[in-house]
Design a protein around this ligand. Structure first.
Ligand SMILES: [Zn+2]
Length: 342
């Protein structure tokens, strides 16, 4: 069981310890929660991947953040980091990855009403619904199989995967593990199930479009890059890593006039080396970069870690307190800082 799960099991401890005490004890005064979508509707392209929050739960999250932390913009966050500012009042900044339409239809109106700033990290290849992230294809495939999988179809899929076991569970498990490099197979399975990904893109329009991004920018929200098409960075060579970063930033600058560069790593920053970080800050002039390791320090001062809010439907209070307790445990084990290699 992972340490966060063990801490959560000791729920009475979480209830007993006040949030303020945890912030004071760790001196971690910057909170960076991150999300993708918020919706009361079913999102078939997402629902099989992680637990998106509904509007009610999202508003409860915001109330919790605002009770203990002051909302700041990403430029203010950058100033705190670059100046090594001592901050008396704890602060938070919200970020949302993948540039989904719900940012415009659901999230931004709630945040604007409450005066909470946010940054949206977009994959520039997906803006205007030009193409669909392979993980969303996987979610759509699982959705279809769960709804109508007859034995003939399961047999065909087992053949494709070259496995004997044609049970629904095993087939779904195989599909969940497909990677970007399996795109041809993902498209083949989609065709087998009569899923038209292009039609899905034009009908559902899961991503933000140019007009929406311009409107959100005018309202004061910030946009950052989440790469061109969401690859796992540790699988890319150095040149391709740099291309994913610099081309997506040029696009954001040309199309939307985004001057200050902020980047969140798609999937994970696991095994991303120092040479890339150094290039990002020194050459590409990236101000801040973001990972998803919860409350954790990084060898690179300008690389900040965020807390995932969509692993379950727990309250923000429970998720955040669990992170603080876990951080204390990591300090005790000297594991509260991520090392990077050249
Ligand atoms: Zn992402």
């Amino acid at each position: 069981m992972n340490p966060r799960e063990i801490i959560k099991k000791a729920g009475f401890l979480l209830d007993l310890i006040p949030t303020k005490l945890l912030i004071g004890a760790t001196n971690k005064k910057i909170l960076l929660p991150f999300y993708h979508a918020v919706s009361n509707e079913k999102l078939h392209h997402i629902d099989n991947l992680y637990s998106s929050r509904n509007v009610e739960l999202f508003i409860e999250d915001l109330e919790f953040f605002c009770k203990y932390f002051k909302a700041i913009t990403i430029d203010e966050l950058y100033q705190i980091i670059v100046d090594n500012k001592k901050i008396s009042q704890p602060v938070f900044h919200l970020t949302f990855d993948d540039g989904l339409r719900e940012v415009y239809t659901v999230i931004a109106p709630i945040l604007a009403k409450k005066g909470i700033p946010a940054t949206f990290f977009v994959n520039t290849d997906f803006i205007d619904n030009k193409s669909l992230f392979f993980r969303y294809k996987i979610s759509l495939i699982i959705d279809r199989i769960n709804k109508n999988a007859d034995s003939e179809l399961l047999n065909k899929l087992a053949l494709l995967f070259e496995i004997q076991d044609n049970s629904l569970k095993t087939i779904v498990c195989e599909i969940e593990q497909l990677q970007f490099s399996d795109l041809d197979l993902i498209n083949e399975i989609g065709a087998l199930l009569n899923i038209d990904f292009k039609a899905f893109l034009s009908k559902v329009q899961p991503y933000l479009n140019t007009k929406e991004i311009n409107e959100l920018k005018d309202k004061g929200f910030t946009f950052g890059s989440h790469s061109l098409n969401h690859p796992l960075f540790k699988n890319l060579n150095f040149e391709e890593q740099k291309r994913q970063i610099s081309e997506s930033f040029s696009f954001l600058s040309k199309q939307f006039g985004c001057k200050n560069k902020y980047f969140s790593f798609p999937f994970s920053d696991d095994k991303v080396r120092n040479n890339l970080f150094k290039w990002m800050y020194d050459v590409e002039k990236c101000r801040l970069t973001f990972g998803i390791s919860g409350l954790k320090r990084d060898a690179n001062k300008f690389h900040l870690h965020r807390i995932q809010m969509e692993n379950n439907f727990d309250s923000a209070e429970k998720i955040v307190k669990t992170e603080y307790l876990y951080y204390i445990l990591k300090i005790a084990l000297f594991k509260n800082k991520i090392k990077r290699y050249d």
